[in-house]
Write a protein that binds this ligand. Structure first.
Ligand code: SAM
Ligand code: SF4
Length: 449
């Protein structure tokens, strides 16, 4: 309790401060030594927009999507030309498979351009059709993460997902089609939905255990004030006091069949496969509109306007519009947060990442965490306990809610664009133009140097 009362509010405040980006002229990231980084590709399109979601997402339109993917490919080539060497890629959204052909073409370009070892994509159950699955397999996708949220038909209706993304029976059928076709088939679940009783959660756990998924991520429902206001009428009031009970039900029910890969991700059996989090990679570059990067201790955000994104990339300029250099201690704390999400932080990793003084610099935090029973020290470094896993879920929730507040602010600045529901008229012309630039490749994509 002490930890929740004192440490968490402090942490929430620190997270909000970390999201205070500076606007104005922004120097894009330079590659870290060796160029190695992780690539995050943001695809903001969804067929239906769910009321609980604070991610940067817009209604799918053919022309807008074609124009966007062409710009994405150009931006990715620019990073290649600037000397980045991406070793893994995560395509998130939105719903990346809403334009499966464009996605496949983009993945092919990434594979040609970088020595990627792992490719993960997010999708919705309704997109797991044979043609899309064939495309994903051919594109070398290793991990598919399917947004299920709950298998309860009433909750799916409240979340406005039942019609377009599928009922319990349809989701299970789609997962069966994907069985065995990827190293990792993950289902994303949400717990502590307002009308989710302990019985509904237990039923969801049983269904996950019996499903084709070999990995499951359980996120507590995260909200911001404005999403909560919109959501309450349709989905009911959020009660955060249940998070502890629900989280430990999840741990207990999965025990024996699944092994934790992170505080909220669990893999069937001994836990091999491709994990959801990017802690091992340290530096990451986010491409697309409304994407974040973290390189050499600086956090960046790209423009949230899809129109501005298209224009900037078409002009050969970076899409990054905001940045913030983290102070040394902030940087250590941020990386510790991500690292311990993956359950442990080794001394050797700390030395390699931060230099010899890192353990000393994090001593106050590590001591508080040990006193709270959240981490234990062993010969290699620090490991999260079960209590620590629960506290980490609270910390990550506080962190992502701060990110969501920032996203909302950025989206409020472009409300007129977001409300405009029509497709781009000159999509074909714009696409041809951008494709030509991409074809001209190196010569025109040097803006990141
Ligand atoms: C941003 S979505 C992208 C993939 C896909 N469109 C989907 O709906 O699953 C990725 C995951 O984020 C999680 N998510 C979205 N909104 C959330 C919220 N308010 N609280 C907790 N998790 C959320 C859901 O589990 C979702 O599957
Ligand atoms: S949860 Fe997924 S499908 Fe729903 S709006 Fe968010 S990104 Fe789109």
């Amino acid at each position: 309790m002490l930890y929740e009362r004192i440490f968490l509010p402090f942490f929430r405040h620190a997270s909000r401060r970390a999201m205070n980006f500076d606007a104005g002229a922004v120097q894009p990231p330079v590659p870290p030594p060796g160029g190695n980084a992780f690539l995050y590709v943001h695809v903001p399109f969804c067929v239906v927009l769910c009321p609980f979601c604070s991610f940067h997402r817009v209604a799918y339109r053919d022309g807008k999507a074609a124009r966007y993917f062409a710009a994405l490919r150009r931006e990715i080539l620019a990073y290649r030309d600037a000397g980045f060497r991406f070793t893994g890629v995560y395509v998130g959204g939105g719903t990346p498979t809403s334009a499966a052909g464009e996605l496949a073409e983009t993945l092919a370009l990434i594979r040609e351009s970088f020595p990627v070892r792992e490719v993960s994509i997010e999708t919705n159950p309704s997109d797991l059709t044979e043609p899309v699955l064939d495309r994903l397999v051919a594109a070398g996708v290793d991990r598919v993460s399917v947004g299920v949220q709950s298998f309860d038909d009433e909750l799916l209706k409240e979340m406005e997902r039942y019609e377009k993304y599928g009922s319990r029976a349809q989701i299970l059928e789609r997962l069966e089609c994907a069985r065995g076709r990827f190293t990792t088939l993950n289902v994303d679940m949400i717990f502590n939905l307002p009308h989710q009783t302990p019985e509904i959660l237990e039923a969801d756990l049983d269904t996950v255990l019996g499903s084709a998924a070999n990995q499951v991520s359980f996120y507590p429902l995260m909200t911001t004030d404005s999403v909560r206001r919109k959501m309450t009428a349709r989905m009911g009031r959020l009660d955060r006091r249940r998070v502890h009970d629900y989280y430990f039900r999840i741990l207990d029910r999965l025990r024996g069949e699944f092994t934790p890969s992170s505080a909220w991700c669990f893999s069937r059996g001994t836990g091999s496969g491709v994990d959801e989090y990017i802690a091992d990679n340290g530096d990451y570059v986010g491409v697309g509109s409304g994407a974040f990067s973290y390189v050499n201790g600086v956090m960046y955000s790209t423009t949230f306007s899809l129109n501005a994104y298209h224009d900037l990339i078409s002009q050969g300029r970076p899409a990054i519009t905001r940045s913030r250099r983290l102070a040394t201690h902030e940087r250590h704390r941020y990386e510790m947060l991500l690292k311990l999400l993956g359950l442990r932080m080794d001394r050797q990793w700390m030395r390699e990442r931060f230099g010899p003084g890192a353990e000393l610099s994090l001593l106050p935090e590590l001591t508080a965490l040990r006193l709270a029973g959240a981490v234990r020290k062993d010969e290699r470094g620090y490991a999260l306990t079960e209590r620590g896993m629960y506290l980490w879920v609270l910390q990550m929730t506080a962190f992502f809610e701060s990110v969501n507040v920032f996203r909302e602010k950025m989206r409020a600045n472009i409300s007129a664009e977001l409300e405009q529901d029509d497709d781009v008229e000159d999509a074909t012309v714009a696409l041809e133009r951008v494709t030509r630039w991409v074809d001209r490749g190196k010569e025109h994509s040097l803006f990141l140097r």
